[in-house]
Ligand binder design. Structure first.
Ligand SMILES: Nc1nc2c(ncn2[C@@H]2O[C@@H]3COP(=O)(O)O[C@H]4[C@@H](O)[C@H](n5cnc6c(=O)[nH]c(N)nc65)O[C@@H]4COP(=O)(O)O[C@H]3[C@H]2O)c(=O)[nH]1
Length: 841
């Protein structure tokens, strides 16, 4: 390794390892001189090339591009100066250092040599040591120059490729900027920025502070503190947040500041996103519990200072778990997102809606003005949630329950307010859901009771305190008992016999329903086995299956086990599923039903008519029977809507090949209409209430029958029905009509009249206009739809002609007769009515 630069003050620049890397071209027309110079340089390690004249020298230089040329001046044809000038014009040769070697030692010649482009001058005869030293020096300079150029290139690239913006600003403003700076400040042309200042890009109202920041950043004694952060306005009007570092430098020998600007917009966005994640719910983007509690605490402090009020509303989606379990978590998530949006739309800017997880939302209502505002808000929340929602392509109706607590009345700190809103929400759920409740101190007591009830139910299950009652189901064509429905009761040692309505909801809430359901399945099978062993002719028994129990998908196994254990044929078991449960997720329901059906048990849809059945699914349900809900049966004789619904259900059921049973049949009239509409069976108090085990056992032995002859509708066409709450009038009309050819029936109120009409074919109905309860016109307007063939005559005391005319025009009344009537007129009107009726029949 040869160190040739240290002596020249280039210590840091280069250390030349191997001189043979360098080729020196020696040009001289004297062979002797050539030999001496070649020997001198080769002995020191250089490689050499030789030329005898200028033309040759130029050719070799072009071809080999030597590191240095030693050039004689006086040569024939082309002297050294001329050669040098030409060399400097050749591409790739212009930076080859040329040292003249000549006998011309006068200053003019030396100057001419430098003018021609030479870097040094050696006079002949030369000293080999001196020649070698000069060659070394110029080679070293060349190497150093090359390093410097490389380094300059490297730094230029660095400056140009760094994502940080670099601006050099001096007395005359910005004198240099890299492309990142041009991009950051959104200049279409870098020249636009030259001469300006970094401060020009700071917003006017922040300039003063920014100037201070820059001063601080540029101060020499600045320790390695954090960089200054400022907001710059780009030429296009956009904004960019930057971190600024300042380095004092000398640029073209002038003192300047080099500003290095780093765009931190993205970092800031990420920091904000992390902060958001920590304080918000990922699914809905709503504030989470921790942010919410923070806001409530602040609000309470503010309300305390200003003596203002605030409220918390707990919002819980009813039956969310069921949706989540049946439609899957994706649908559950969609539902939560949709609901969070709907709830949010009901709130004001100053309110905070948060999600605590699951289906639990909480709303902070700040600056509460009045209780009425809260009531309106609660109603709005409920109605926005209950609008139909589309999940997996099917429309669903979701409801919610709300609990409200207010500051300062219901608690003076966040924990108490939250607990009380929660209790109120729980109460809203208990009282039928889809409603709101304000917290009251009695609720706390009720909650304690509820918790006690749940634990008592657990106890009841362990102590075997549940019993089953059985209600017979009767065939309407034979009057025979064709089945039983098993209905649970709780024989509590302290409360007595508790009906299912009082504990099934608590059992569902406390997740005990499946265990209770399991008990029922085994208890029914056990009972069937015992009846059979007693020699009784058994009939199928229907069991209620709760939604939660059904969706747990264990029912199939339990049913199989129970049937096996008690050796009961599957045809003796019927499982009742509610309509709303089956329609919640019809596809899953169908496959679950099919599996149950495959066991051989029969299936029925309970409470039919109360849900929203999709008929195309209903067709695919592997069920045997529809049970018409008792709410329709109870209105059958006197409510045209219920009557139409019942008729439609029976017809639809028949067309689907299903059996129909009507629940809650309490009167002979209801049964007569059901029989007339070809309903297959009934279950209700009219035939029998649900009976305890011993009584039903006796009934199965005796086999009483329903006397169905009673319910064949009498087709006698000659009946007139007179309805009046005044018995004297009834008596008097009966007397007037005594000798007529038609039967006279009477009723002193519309309820009785409906019952008669359900059971008898009546040609003419004469009704008083004014009766307690329903008016004659109302009564007739129902009758018109339910018994359209009967002719309706109104008995009016004082003719409110307007309403009468209206009623006549709408076809509700055939005629009217004013009281006191003329007997002949009455008989004549009735005669005409009978004729009219017969024509119609
Ligand atoms: N007003 C009136 N009511 C009549 C008449 N005939 C029958 N009922 C009553 O109607 C209810 C029929 O049962 P459901 O609709 O399945 O309604 C049942 C069913 O949803 C549920 N339930 C009963 N037992 C069980 C059970 O073992 N498991 C489950 N999951 N739920 C059950 O409790 C509900 C109420 O049961 P119960 O109080 O026994 O009430 C029974 C029965 O006593 C009538 O003519 N008029």
């Amino acid at each position: 390794m040869t160190t040739i630069l240290q002596a020249n003050g280039f210590e840091d620049c280069a250390t030349i390892e191997d001189l043979s890397e360098f080729t020196v071209l020696i040009v001289d027309d004297s062979p002797l001189n050539l030999d001496v110079a070649v020997a001198c340089l080769e002995s020191r390690g250089y490689r050499t090339l030789s030329a005898e004249n200028g033309v040759q020298a130029l050719q070799i230089a072009m071809e080999h591009q030597p590191s240095l040329i030693l050039l004689d001046v006086m040569m024939p044809e082309m002297n050294g100066f001329e050669t040098c000038r030409k060399l400097k014009k050749l591409s790739g040769c212009d930076d080859i250092p040329v040292i003249f070697m000549t006998a011309l030692s006068d200053v003019k010649s030396k100057k001419a040599g430098f003018d021609a482009g030479g870097v040094d001058y050696v006079t002949k005869p030369f000293q080999v040591e001196e020649l070698a030293a000069r060659v070394h020096t110029h080679i070293a300079l060349k190497v150093a120059y090359r390093h410097l150029k490389d380094s300059e290139l490297r730094y230029r690239k660095l400056v140009e490729t760094t994502p940080d913006a670099i601006l050099v600003e001096g007395e005359e403003g910005i004198v240099f900027l890299n492309s990142a700076a041009v991009k950051m400040l959104k200049a279409d042309n870098p020249d636009k920025l030259l001469g300006g200042a970094l401060l020009d890009f700071v917003l006017d109202d922040q300039k003063e502070y920014a100037a201070m920041q820059l001063k601080q950043a540029c101060s020499v004694d600045r320790s390695a503190g954090p960089p200054e952060v400022m907001l710059l306005q780009q030429l296009t009007g956009g904004r960019v947040e930057v971190e600024v570092n300042c380095i004092p430098i000398s640029y073209h020998r002038s003192p300047c500041h080099m500003f290095v600007l780093r765009d931190i917009t993205e970092r800031r966005r990420q920091e904000a996103a992390i902060e958001f994640q920590a304080t918000h719910d990922a699914l809905t983007g709503l504030p989470n519990r921790s942010l919410f509690l923070d806001r409530v605490t602040q609000s309470i402090n503010h309300a305390r200072r200003n003596e203002s009020r605030l409220a918390l509303i707990f919002i819980d989606l009813d039956k969310f778990k069921l949706i989540n379990d049946t439609l899957g978590h994706n649908a559950g998530d969609d539902l939560l997102r949709i609901m969070s949006k709907r709830l949010q739309e009901c709130t004001r800017n100053c309110d905070t809606l948060a999600r605590f997880g699951g289906d639990e939302f909480v709303l902070l209502v700040d600056n509460l003005e009045s209780e009425a505002d809260l009531t309106h808000l609660a109603a709005r929340l409920i109605s926005s949630v209950s609008a139909p929602v589309l999940l997996l392509g099917q429309s669903h109706s979701i409801t919610c329950s709300l609990g409200i607590s207010s500051f300062p009345e219901d608690g003076d700190n966040v924990e108490v307010l939250m607990r009380h809103a929660d209790i109120a929400m729980y109460r809203a759920k208990e009282s039928g859901r889809n409603s709101y409740q304000f917290f009251t101190h009695q609720m706390q007591d009720r909650l304690n009771e509820r918790l006690k009830l749940e634990s008592s139910l657990k106890q009841a299950l362990e102590n075997d305190e549940f019993v089953l009652h059985y209600q017979p189901q009767v065939d309407l064509s034979t009057g025979k008992i064709i089945g039983l429905e098993a209905l649970i009761r709780w024989q509590s040692p302290t409360l007595g016999l508790v009906p299912p309505g009082d504990f099934i909801p608590a059992a569902e809430e406390g997740r005990l329903i499946s265990a209770i359901g399991e008990w029922v399945i085994f208890a029914v099978c056990k009972r069937l086995q015992s009846w059979r062993r007693q020699g009784l002719k058994i009939v199928p028994v229907a069991i209620n299956i709760s939604a939660l129990q059904f969706m747990e998908q264990k029912t199939e196994e339990l049913v199989k086990q129970a049937l096996n254990e008690y050796m009961v044929e599957p045809k003796y078991l019927e499982l009742e599923l509610t309509e709303s449960l089956s329609m919640l997720d019809p596809v899953t329901s169908i496959s679950l039903m099919q599996r149950l059906k495959d066991i051989g048990v029969s299936l029925s849809i309970d409470d039919f008519g109360t849900g929203y059945s999709n008929l195309s699914y209903l067709k695919r349900f592997p069920v045997n029977k529809l049970k018409i809900d008792k709410s329709f049966v109870s209105g059958l004789t006197n409510n045209p809507d219920d009557y139409s619904i019942v008729k439609a259900i029976i017809r639809m059921s028949q067309s689907l090949g299903l059996k129909t049973i009507a629940e809650g049949a309490e009167t002979a009239g209801q049964i007569a209409l059901l029989a007339a509409e070809n309903c297959d069976a009934i279950q209700g108090f009219y035939f029998s209430r649900p009976l305890p085990e011993a009584e039903i056992c006796a009934m199965l032995k005796e086999r009483p029958r329903l006397d169905i002859s009673e319910f064949g509708r009498n087709k006698d066409r000659g009946a007139v029905l007179v309805v009046d709450d005044d018995v004297n009038i009834l008596r008097s009309i009966k007397r007037i009509l005594r000798d007529e050819a038609y039967e006279v029936l009477v009723a002193s109120n519309t309820e009785d009249a409906y019952e008669v009409l359900a059971r008898r074919e009546v040609a003419v109905i004469v009704s008083d206009l004014q009766m307690p309860g329903e008016s004659g016109v109302q009564f007739f307007s129902k009758i018109k739809t339910m018994h359209p063939r009967s002719l309706r005559i109104l008995l009016t005391g004082h003719g409110s002609s307007e309403s009468l005319e209206g009623a006549i025009n709408q076809g509700e009344i055939y005629r009217y007769i004013s009281k006191p009537w003329d007997n002949a007129h009455l008989l004549e009107t009735l005669g005409a009515a009978f004729k009219q009726y017969e024509k119609g029949v």
